[in-house]
Write a protein that binds this ligand. Structure first.
Ligand code: CTP
Length: 409
């Protein structure tokens, strides 16, 4: 996964407090915007002693904010919007003063109020003189902040400090801060895992021009492939009449029919560490007429024959230790049917969709699913397919790790 892909369309808030290391944050801002992120700068009043408004404005393309009462949009409360409508907050440099305020929840200016309201990930990059950094009060404040679930630190390095001394307290380099952010956005960066993902809907031809299919769009397969790629995986996607619009960065193999998909899965499955079968495969295929069927006076009948259950068959093709994930679309007895598929097809988990008269998951952007594992069920309501994909990929990687460690967590 390239950094460009990770930061593209990310909304970030860069909180700058009053320290000389703010000059490094200018570079950090430039790098983040180059990577495609949209960055709003918020500064403390003291930060203006180091870097002026126009530098932030020129590099972010947005007016930097320093005051709680600079209301941008009267329909929204500024500090709440700023703190919660972003993907992450970066505090760089984080002075001892701002760290102390954040650890105690003091909110007496825009920067500290944002930190008090933020529920999104917050990354602190401390920068200060060694004595201040090592002061027990500061270390206790950092320890207290580290216990919070959404708080992360890019720890300072040791080296030459602006005050002329040498020691710990030098702000992490912008590259390190960017790397930390990547880890926050995609904590599973286990590279080298080989993924085989299928997606789309088969076409079974009645004659050269007509076919039987279903409404599966392939969106889940694309989302899983994308998330697997983000995690550092090596992804092959079998697109069953489904092709990503842009060059996705993973390999795509195209298939049309159930039989062709079975052959392709057989060819690639042995190489996969994780196999995700999200394509909707026809269970029956008609005998194909060599010529176009001409219309007659009355009804026509076609005989349909069973296709291979690719996922069940693939038990022979995937390696022992590979993680196997299936899907289930059910109109009734969701959990019971999903559990039967879990056992019959030798799966690690099944992503089960309830299809109702009101909601057809095929083609939709959101989904309500139950993920059925051997020992538990997790339910997700109305989540984006991309979020579901991250959940699938995270669980698959964890299971893969467990299997590699001989079943130990
Ligand atoms: N599947 C498959 N080959 C088939 C049918 C399904 O590999 N011929 C896979 C699907 O990709 C999915 C899982 O099996 O991951 C379950 O598919 P689903 O259509 O829900 O169930 P079926 O096994 O076809 O059973 P039924 O139609 O009886 O519900």
């Amino acid at each position: 996964m390239t950094s460009e892909k990770i930061f593209k369309n990310k909304n970030l808030l860069l909180v700058v407090s009053g320290g000389i290391a703010a000059y490094k944050s200018v570079y950090l801002l430039r790098e983040l915007t180059k990577l495609g992120a949209s960055v709003q700068v918020v500064g403390t009043a003291n930060s203006l002693n180091f870097i002026g408004r126009s530098a932030w404005e020129a590099l972010s393309g947005k007016t930097p904010l320093f005051d709680s009462f600079e209301v941008r949009d009267s329909s929204k409360i500024t500090h709440i919007t700023l703190a919660q409508d972003v993907d992450a907050v970066i505090v760089a440099p984080a002075t001892a003063n701002l760290i102390a305020k954040a650890s105690c929840g003091i909110a007496d200016d825009l920067a500290s109020t944002i930190l008090a309201a933020a529920t999104v990930p917050v990354l602190f990059a401390p920068a200060m003189n060694t004595a201040m950094y090592e002061n027990p009060a500061n270390l206790e404040n950092i320890e207290r902040l580290k216990k919070r679930e959404n708080v992360h630190f890019a720890d300072p390095g040791s080296g030459f400090l602006a005050c002329g001394t040498s020691g710990k307290g030098r702000m992490a380099e912008p590259e390190e801060i960017i790397f930390k952010l990547e880890e926050i956005f995609y904590p599973v960066r286990r590279g080298g895992v080989k993924w085989l993902v299928t997606g789309g809907a088969t076409r079974e031809y009645l004659d050269p021009v007509r076919f039987v299919t279903n409404g599966s769009s392939g969106k889940t397969g694309f989302a899983v492939s994308e998330a697997a790629l983000k995690s550092g995986g090596d992804v092959t996607f079998i697109g069953v009449n489904a092709e990503p619009k842009f060059n996705p960065g993973y390999s795509v193999v195209k298939t049309v029919t159930a039989a062709e998909t079975a052959e392709t899965v057989e060819k690639y499955a042995g190489n996969a560490d994780i196999f995700v079968m999200s394509a909707a495969i026809a269970d029956y295929s008609p005998k194909k007429n060599a010529q176009k069927i001409k219309k007659g006076e009355y009804s026509v009948t076609a005989e349909f024959f069973r296709t291979k259950d690719i996922l069940a068959e693939s038990l022979k093709w995937t390696r022992p230790g590979a993680v196997r994930i299936g899907f289930a679309a059910e109109t009734e007895n969701l959990e019971e049917n999903a559990r039967k598929k879990l056992v019959k097809k030798g799966l690690d988990f099944v992503v089960a969709n309830q299809v109702t008269a009101e909601f057809d998951p095929f083609g939709a952007d959101t989904n309500t699913v139950k993920i059925v594992f051997a020992d538990r069920i997790e339910e997700f309501k109305n989540i984006e397919k991309s979020q579901l994909a991250d959940i699938i990929v995270g669980n698959a990687l964890n299971l893969y790790e467990v299997k590699r460690n001989g079943g130990k967590n």
